[in-house]
Design a protein around this ligand. Structure first.
Ligand code: ARG
Ligand code: ZN
Length: 866
C-alpha cells in the first residue's frame, strides 16, 4: 500500500494532536474589503499582527490557491524578495512585535466548485469557512485558536446583490457610482476565522424578533429567495424556541442585536454556525406540507437549534485545534437532541437517535476508519466531521449528564462556559469543568475520548432460588481498532432493572457502573427468577449481549416501562428470528407476530412509538449482527417475514390505515404520530402481497395532502414492480421537477428501493437530465442513498461498487469533500465474503490510481484498504 501511494502521488502529510503549538502570531483585528463579483472578486485584508511569545519565526499566513497581488507592512509595499509562498502560505519575516499587514488577492467565486471559501450558489455569493475555507478567501492563520475582531466592508452591483450580510451588526450602507452599493458590518466578539461569513444576493426576509431573558430585543431574519418565503415559518419557530430553551435549560442568552440565517441550495453539509450569520443548506430551512415530510420538519427544527446552540458551545467557547472538534459538535448534538425531545416525544427521539447512531457510528467504529471522538491524527480534517465526532461525542456527554444528574451537570456546564468564555478550549477543559462543577471523578471515564471502537458488554443473569438472590455478571471487551490493538476497560454506566414476571413490575431502576473487565452485582429478595432490563434509555453507546430467552424479550416488549428498553426488546426479538432464518434455521416467528399484535392493540401507547417498535430492523442492522454479511440472505429473510407479518395481521393493517386518515394537515406531535403509524400500516399491507395493495398505496399517494404520506406511498410502491410504481414516479416527477429539494426525493426514493433492478435504475438516473454532480444534495440523494441500500449496493456482480466508484472519481475533480463522503461504504470489505471483498478492494485501488486525486479521497480510500 505504502508503495502504491508513493508511486502515484506524494502521500498527504499527517497532522498530529501531539504536535500542537500555540500560534506564533496573534491577529487581534482584521478589516476586510470585498469588491464582489461572481467572475472576479477582489479581497483586501488589513491585519494587526502581534508576536506571541519570545521567538524569531516569521509571520505565516495560510493560503489555498491564492496569489498575493500586493503585500504591505505598516503601509510600505514589499518587494517580491521580502515574502515568499510555501505550500500556498504567505511567509513574511517581521522585525518588530506588532505590525499592520495588508494583502490583496483576487477570487473567481463562480468557478469555485469545491463550495469551500467564497462561492456562487443560485445567483448568490456566500461563504463556507469551516474547517479550512478562510484560507481560500484571504491570507490568514487559518486555525481556530487565533481569535480576531472583524470589520467587513462589501461592495457589489446593487441590482444583482441588493442584500449584503456579514457577521455581527450592520454599521452603515452607501450607494456607489455605476449602480454599485456597499455595506459595513462589525462583529464585536473576537472569533476564529472559520466562523467568518458573508452573503450577497437578491434575498427576501422573514423578519421577526426575540426578547432575551435580560430584556434585549434581537432582530431575527431568515433570508431566502422570494418564492421560498412561505416555507420559512417552521424554521423561524424553531429559532425562537431554541433561543428560549437555551436560556431556560443552560442559562445562555444570545449576545448580538441581530441573528440572521440564509438558505443556500448548494452546500456541502447541513449548516454552519457563523457568528450571527448562520448559513444553511436550504433543505434544513424550507418546509411546507406540500414538499416536506415530517422527518424534514424535524430536521429543520433540529438543525436550526443545533446551529443556534453553537453560539455558546462553539462560538463563545471555541476549539483550540481541530482535534477538539467533538468539544463543540458532540456537546451541541447533545443539546439539540434534548431540545428536540422537549419539543416532541422523549421516547421516540431517543429511539431515532439510537437508530442513527447504530446505522452510522457503529459501522464506522467497526471499520477501517474507526477513530476516537478526539482523534490523534488526520490528513484532511474535513474527513473527521463524522458520526463518531458528532453522535458518539453526544453519547459521551449524555453519559456524563446521566452520571451527574441534571443539577450537577448544569453546575459543570456553567463552570465550563464561565471559565472558557472567549477562549479556544479543549475536550480536557470540558471534562475538567464537569469534574469540578459536578464533583465527580472522571479519571477512567476519559478513556471514552481516547479509545475507538464500540465496547461489547456481555450480561448474564443467574438466579439462586435457595438464597432468593440473583447475580448479574457483566463482562466488557473493547475491540481492536486501527492503531489501537489493545484496549483498557471503559467506565460504562448501565441503567438496569429487574422485572418480576408475575407482577410485571420491577424493583427500581439502578445505575450500575461497569469499570472492570468483569464485574458481578448481587441482588436479593427474588424468590422467582427476574427478567433483566439493561442499558435502559440506551444509557451507554455499547453493544449488549444477554442470555435472555425469546419469552423474556416478549415479556419486556409488553411490560418494560422504559420505552427505549421496550423498543429494544422488540427489536431483539425480531433480530433473533431473522438471524436464525438467515443461518438457514426454521426459527419460530410466533412471538414476533404476537408482540406486534399486542403493541398495535395497546391503547395506552403513543402511535409514534408503536410505529417505531413494529418496524423490522433494517437490512444493514441485520448485517451488523453477522460476522460475514450475506446481503441476499438478509434481504430474503426480512422480506419473507415482512410478508408474513403483513398477511397474518391484515385486518389490523387495514383498520389502522383507514382509521389514521386525517381530515386536515397539522404538524402537531399527535398528527405526526398518526401519519407514522399509517405509513407503517400501509407498508405491511403492501408487503403482504395483497392484491389490492398497490392500488391502496396509489390511492394514498394521490389523495395525500402532505409529503409524509405521499413519499411513503411512493417508497412502498418503489419496492415492487406494479404498474402503479411507474405511474406514481411519473406523476411525482412532473409535479416537482422544478423544485430541487423535492426532486431530490424522487431520486432518493428510487436509490433506496428494495428492487432487484435498483443498480440499473440508479445507473440510468445518474444519466438523467436533472442529475448533476454540482449539487451535493442531488449527489447524496442518488449515490449516497444507493450506497446505504445494502442489498442493491452489495449486488454480487460488483456493479454497484463500480457505480459508486465512478461517481467518486468524477466528483473528486469538482468537490473532493463530498466525493470523500462516498468512500466509507466501499471500505467495509472485511465484513463481506471474499468475492465481494475483492471487488470492493479493486474499486478502492482504481480510485487511488487516479492522477491528481484529492487529499480528501486519498485519505479515505488508502485507510480503507488497510
Ligand atoms: N460546524 C458545522 C455544524 O456542525 C459543520 C461544518 C462542516 N464543514 C466541513 N467542512 N466539514 O453545524
Ligand atoms: Zn455543529
Amino acid at each position: 500500500m505504502a508503495d502504491m501511494l508513493s508511486t502515484t502521488a506524494a502521500a498527504p502529510a499527517v497532522i498530529r494532536r501531539a504536535d500542537y503549538r500555540a500560534p506564533d502570531w496573534l491577529i487581534p483585528d482584521i478589516a476586510l474589503d470585498f469588491d464582489l463579483d461572481p467572475a472576479l472578486t477582489r479581497v483586501e485584508a488589513t491585519l494587526s499582527v502581534t508576536r506571541n511569545g519570545d521567538h524569531d519565526r516569521p509571520l505565516r499566513l495560510d493560503g489555498d490557491g491564492l496569489v498575493p497581488l500586493a503585500v504591505k507592512v505598516d503601509g510600505r509595499t514589499l518587494e517580491e524578495a521580502e515574502w515568499h509562498l510555501e505550500a500556498g502560505a504567505l511567509i513574511i519575516p517581521l522585525s518588530g512585535d506588532s505590525h499592520r499587514i495588508e494583502t490583496l488577492v483576487e477570487l473567481a467565486p463562480q468557478s469555485n466548485s469545491k463550495l469551500m471559501g467564497l462561492y456562487a450558489s443560485g445567483g448568490l455569493l456566500c461563504t463556507q469557512c469551516e474547517a479550512e475555507g478562510f484560507r481560500r478567501i484571504t491570507f490568514f492563520p487559518d486555525r481556530p485558536d487565533v481569535l480576531s475582531r472583524y470589520s467587513v466592508r462589501m461592495s457589489a452591483d446593487k441590482a444583482r446583490f441588493p442584500i449584503l450580510l456579514a457577521n455581527g451588526d450592520p454599521i452603515e450602507q452607501a450607494d456607489l457610482p455605476d449602480g454599485r452599493h456597499s455595506a459595513l458590518w462589525n462583529d464585536p466578539f473576537p472569533k476564529p476565522c472559520y466562523l467568518f461569513a458573508l452573503v450577497a444576493g437578491d434575498l427576501a426576509c422573514n423578519a421577526d424578533s426575540f426578547v432575551t431573558m435580560s430584556g434585549r430585543e434581537v432582530q431575527l431574519g431568515i433570508w431566502v429567495k422570494e418564492a421560498d418565503l412561505p416555507r420559512t415559518a417552521h424554521a423561524m419557530k424553531a429559532l425562537k424556541d431554541s433561543m428560549a430553551w437555551d436560556e431556560r435549560v443552560y442559562g445562555r442568552e444570545y449576545d448580538l442585536d441581530v441573528f440572521n440565517i440564509v438558505a443556500v441550495a448548494d452546500f456541502n453539509f447541513g449548516a454552519m454556525e457563523n457568528k450571527g450569520l448562520n448559513i444553511f443548506n436550504s433543505r434544513y430551512i424550507l418546509a411546507d406540507p406540500e414538499t416536506a415530510t415530517d422527518i424534514d420538519y424535524d430536521g429543520v427544527e433540529g438543525v436550526v437549534a443545533h446551529e443556534y446552540f453553537h453560539n455558546w458551545s462553539g462560538n463563545r467557547v471555541t476549539c483550540r485545534d481541530w482535534f477538539q472538534l467533538s468539544l463543540k459538535e458532540g456537546f451541541t448534538v447533545f443539546r439539540d437532541q434534548n431540545f428536540s425531545a422537549d419539543m416532541g416525544s422523549h421516547a421516540v427521539k431517543r429511539i431515532e437517535d439510537v437508530r442513527i447512531l447504530r446505522a452510522a457510528q457503529f459501522q464506522e467504529d467497526s471499520g477501517p476508519l474507526a477513530h476516537p471522538i478526539r482523534p490523534e491524527s488526520y490528513m484532511e480534517i474535513s474527513n473527521f466531521y463524522t458520526a463518531t465526532i458528532y453522535n458518539k461525542g453526544a453519547e459521551v456527554i449524555r453519559m456524563m449528564a446521566l452520571m451527574l444528574g441534571a443539577e450537577r451537570f448544569r453546575a459543570g456546564s456553567d463552570l465550563y462556559f464561565d471559565r472558557h468564555d472567549g477562549e479556544a478550549a479543549t475536550c480536557e477543559d470540558f471534562v475538567a469543568a464537569m469534574e469540578e462543577g459536578g464533583q465527580i471523578d472522571l479519571g477512567q471515564f476519559r478513556r471514552w475520548y481516547e479509545q475507538a471502537g464500540t465496547p461489547h458488554v456481555r450480561a448474564l443473569l443467574s438466579h439462586d432460588p435457595v438464597a432468593q438472590s440473583v447475580e448479574l455478571t457483566l463482562e466488557q471487551t473493547v475491540p481492536a481498532t486501527p492503531g489501537q490493538p489493545d484496549k483498557q476497560p471503559m467506565a460504562i454506566p448501565l441503567r438496569t432493572a429487574l422485572f418480576d414476571p408475575a407482577t410485571g413490575q420491577h424493583h427500581g431502576d439502578e445505575l450500575l457502573m461497569l469499570t472492570e473487565p468483569k464485574q458481578s452485582f448481587t441482588f436479593t429478595g427474588f424468590a422467582a427468577a427476574p427478567v433483566l432490563s439493561i442499558n435502559r434509555g440506551f444509557s451507554a453507546p455499547v453493544i449488549v449481549e444477554t442470555n435472555r430467552s425469546q419469552a423474556d424479550l416478549a415479556f419486556l416488549s409488553a411490560h418494560d416501562d422504559d420505552p427505549f428498553a421496550r423498543y429494544e426488546a422488540m427489536q431483539q426479538l425480531m433480530v433473533n428470528v431473522l438471524i436464525g432464518r438467515i443461518a438457514g434455521q426454521d426459527t419460530d416467528d410466533g412471538a414476533v407476530i404476537d408482540a406486534i399484535r399486542n403493541t398495535l392493540t395497546d391503547p395506552a401507547l403513543d402511535p409514534a412509538f408503536v410505529a417505531e417498535t413494529i418496524r423490522l430492523p433494517s437490512e444493514a442492522y441485520l448485517g451488523d449482527q453477522m460476522k460475514i454479511v450475506d446481503p441476499d440472505a438478509i434481504h430474503a429473510a426480512r422480506d419473507a417475514l415482512q410478508t408474513k407479518i403483513g398477511a397474518e395481521l391484515m385486518p389490523l393493517w387495514r383498520d389502522i390505515h383507514a382509521k389514521t386518515k386525517a381530515n386536515a394537515f397539522s404538524i402537531s406531535s399527535a398528527a405526526k404520530g398518526a401519519r407514522k403509524l399509517r405509513n407503517a400500516a400501509l407498508h405491511y399491507l403492501v408487503a403482504s402481497g395483497a392484491q389490492d395493495g398497490p392500488a391502496i398505496a396509489f390511492g394514498q399517494f394521490s389523495e395525500a395532502d402532505n409529503m409524509t404520506e405521499r413519499q411513503a406511498a411512493l417508497g412502498t410502491l418503489a419496492n415492487g414492480s406494479s404498474p402503479e410504481r411507474e405511474a406514481a414516479l411519473d406523476i411525482f416527477y412532473n409535479r416537482y421537477s422544478a423544485d430541487a429539494l423535492t426532486l431530490d426525493k424522487w431520486f432518493q426514493t428510487q436509490a433506496f428501493a428494495l428492487h432487484p433492478d435498483a443498480v440499473e435504475q440508479v445507473q440510468a438516473l445518474g444519466q438523467h437530465k436533472d442529475f448533476t454532480l454540482a449539487n451535493p444534495n442531488r449527489v447524496r440523494s442518488l449515490y449516497g442513498a444507493f450506497a446505504g441500500n445494502q442489498w442493491a449496493f452489495h449486488h454480487g456482480s460488483g456493479k454497484g461498487y463500480a457505480l459508486v466508484a465512478d461517481c467518486i472519481i468524477a466528483l473528486d475533480k469538482l468537490n473532493p469533500q463530498t466525493a470523500a463522503r462516498l468512500v466509507p461504504p466501499l471500505g467495509r470489505w472485511k465484513r463481506f465474503d471474499e468475492g465481494r471483498a475483492a471487488l470492493m478492494r479493486a474499486q478502492l485501488q482504481r480510485i487511488l490510481a487516479q492522477p491528481g486525486l484529492s487529499k480528501d479521497v486519498t485519505e479515505q480510500a488508502s485507510k480503507s484498504l488497510e
